[in-house]
Design a protein around this ligand. Structure first.
Ligand SMILES: C[S@@+](CC[C@H](N)C(=O)[O-])C[C@H]1O[C@@H](n2cnc3c(N)ncnc32)[C@H](O)[C@@H]1O
Length: 248
């Protein structure tokens, strides 16, 4: 029993270290975020960023209008600390964005006005219903033939691994006292609100109007260049679809 106590205690200590690391200031954080982070308790930070972002909505809408004036507009939504060159990078205030926007509200772009949309490890941060509305917004703002590429943590693969030989799960989350604790981290940590496998993500795509979403490998895309982030490779399910010329 003492052994189990030690095992669990060291798991809690390691988990807290991992969480603390995630909460520290990143080099990509905007100056205001660096200043505010130590002053605001962790549990209020997400809500605080949403409120501040909503407050600057008129200014950011103007920036979105300017960005929409470019040819072949491509949106990178929920960019976090991974902005992409050649994309309009959008997230909450505090990240290195071109436009700060709360993505749980309608996108500040006209219907049919953008050529491509990419989001990676964003959808699981929105409650399922909000995620569904957001996917419909992606469909709305894409022009005919426009491409939506989405990456999410691959919950299906993790669960299959849990029920199988557990090697993928152990590679991704080594050293957890039990395999279920690793699965649990994916579902409950990082402010995750919804989880996806290919069937569930495909359902959201189709329900939003995309007739033929397909799972794609890391780097495999119909875009001229895959925007996928290297450190997301092992854990991510990518899916891509094209908006048809007219709704079927
Ligand atoms: C796990 S990070 C992913 C960042 C980046 N795409 C990556 O793969 O590293 C999730 C991002 O979603 C953003 N996010 C969550 N809810 C949001 C919302 N309502 N509006 C805008 N961005 C949001 C967070 O600010 C955060 O940057």
């Amino acid at each position: 029993m003492a052994e189990e106590r030690d095992l669990l205690d060291s798991y809690f200590a390691a988990s807290e270290d991992r969480q603390r690391l995630l909460r520290t200031t990143k080099p990509s954080d905007a100056r205001g975020r660096v200043l505010l982070k130590p002053l605001i308790p962790v549990r209020y930070r997400g809500t605080g960023r949403v409120i501040l972002t909503d407050l600057v909505r008129p200014r950011e809408r103007r920036k979105a209008r300017l960005a929409a004036g470019q040819r072949e507009v491509r949106l990178h939504l929920g960019c976090g600390g991974e902005p992409k060159t050649g994309w309009v990078n959008i997230d909450l205030l505090g990240d290195p964005v071109d436009v700060a926007w709360n993505l749980a509200s309608p996108l500040p772009f006209d219907s049919g006005s953008v050529a491509a949309i990419f989001h990676e490890h964003l959808l699981e941060h929105l409650p399922l219903r909000a995620g569904d509305v957001f996917m419909q917004e992606c469909y709305r703002v894409l022009g005919p033939g426009g491409i939506l590429r989405v990456g999410v943590p691959d919950a299906g693969k993790l669960i299959r691994s849990y029920a199988g030989d557990q090697s993928y799960l152990n590679d991704l989350h080594p050293g957890r006292p039990t395999a279920l604790l690793a699965v649990q981290e994916l579902f409950y940590w990082h402010r995750h609100c919804a989880m996806f496998d290919a069937e569930t993500l495909g359902l959201l795509f189709r329900a939003s109007g995309f007739p033929d979403p397909r799972p794609r490998e890391f780097g495999d895309t119909d875009l001229d260049q895959a925007p996928d982030t290297e450190h997301r490779r092992a854990e991510t399910l990518y899916m891509e679809a094209r908006k048809p010329a007219s709704r079927s």
